[in-house]
Design a protein around this ligand. Structure first.
Ligand SMILES: [Fe+2]
Length: 198
């Protein structure tokens, strides 16, 4: 059973004007699809073809001879996760246990947004900014290229893709504006809340 590109959780134009249908055409339809296609080609006729994405990611994360498989598998997982971190008319403020955890561990929502943005903007080159949980505590992190918290023993709660392909068509080189818009208008806090409950 080959890996498949999962459906987007909303229509391609649903995140406009913050992320255009054109961006999702390329980012989801071309880039995410390419990672799926590459992964299928790389694991074809190997035992990994019948493993889960998560199994492949954790098994290949520290094996430099399997870097191609890891990079494509992790990028498939990261992108599927990223689509679910956004929704039309997103942003706003989390509530309940999630809001309390952000207050407790990250100094409140305003500080979280400032620190998450700084981490996303400060990630040199391609990569991802994350809100993660580990040992019952929330933290902000970033990863280069395809690296994912899944391979680092952390539970991913939220991510923003800061590869240029995520924002260049709409924001050109203005990564800070893209990340601010992600936080203010796109974040799906309901999704993060569900993940925190586990
Ligand atoms: Fe991406």
């Amino acid at each position: 059973m080959a890996f498949e590109l999962p459906p987007l959780p909303y229509p391609k134009n649903a995140l406009e004007p913050h992320t255009s249908a054109n961006t999702l055409d390329f980012h989801y339809g071309r880039h995410h699809q390419a990672y799926v296609t590459n992964l299928n080609n790389l694991v074809k006729d190997t035992p990994m073809a019948s493993q889960s994405l998560e199994q492949i990611i954790t098994a290949t994360a520290n094996d430099t001879t399997k870097a191609g498989i890891f990079n494509n598998a992790a990028q498939v997982w990261n992108h599927t996760f990223f689509w679910n971190c956004m929704k039309p008319h997103g942003g706003g403020a989390p509530s309940g246990n999630l809001a309390q955890a952000i207050d407790r561990d990250l100094g409140g929502l305003a500080k979280f947004k400032d620190d998450f943005k700084a981490r996303a903007v400060g990630q040199f080159g391609s990569g991802w900014a994350w809100l993660v949980a580990s040992g019952g505590k929330l933290s902000i992190t970033s990863t280069p290229n395809a690296m994912t918290p899944l391979a680092q023993g952390q539970t991913a709660l939220l991510t923003c893709d800061v590869w240029e392909h995520a924002y260049y068509l709409d924001y050109q080189n203005r990564r800070p504006d893209f990340v601010q818009t992600f936080l203010d208008h796109l974040v799906n806090w309901d999704h993060v809340t569900k993940l925190l409950k586990g």
